[in-house]
Design a protein. Structure first.
Length: 136
């Protein structure tokens, strides 16, 4: 139906972001971001949710409070940062689409399809500047 319910949202985070959210955390996301209160997140609500999370993380520079909000513990955050640095082949501090594909391959064990890569890249590039920095 073009919308994500709690179960679908939880699967998205588990499979795409590799973050295991509890049912309570998923419900909190829905409570905050389901603007029309239909129990589901539509595309616009989903984009807004991720834009707000990215903005919040950038403002707080991923301090411990934000790490908890993003459901990341310190070892996971450090592992993600190391993976980001490894994929950042040109040392620019941001990832191109090709560099992001390296992370996808490392995590999934296969190259992403063009559609998968476009989806992941466009979802991650919240400021739409054509690259993905670590805080995104």
């Amino acid at each position: 139906d073009g919308k994500l319910d709690a179960e679908e949202l939880q699967k998205f985070y588990r499979h795409v972001c590799e973050i295991q959210l509890t049912p309570e955390e998923v419900q909190q996301l829905l409570d905050c971001h389901d603007l029309d209160k239909d129990g589901k997140v539509d595309f616009n609500e989903f984009i807004l949710m991720h834009d707000q999370q990215a903005d919040s993380a950038k403002q707080c520079m991923l301090n411990q409070t934000e790490v908890k909000k993003l459901a990341l513990d310190q070892p996971t955050l450090e592992e993600m940062y190391h993976l980001f640095q490894t994929a950042d082949k040109d040392g620019s501090g941001s990832l191109s689409s090709d560099e992001l594909a390296l992370i996808f391959k490392k995590l999934r064990g296969r190259q992403p399809s063009p559609v998968e890569l476009q989806y992941v890249f466009s979802s991650a590039d919240v400021d739409n500047n054509g690259v993905v920095d670590f805080l995104e």
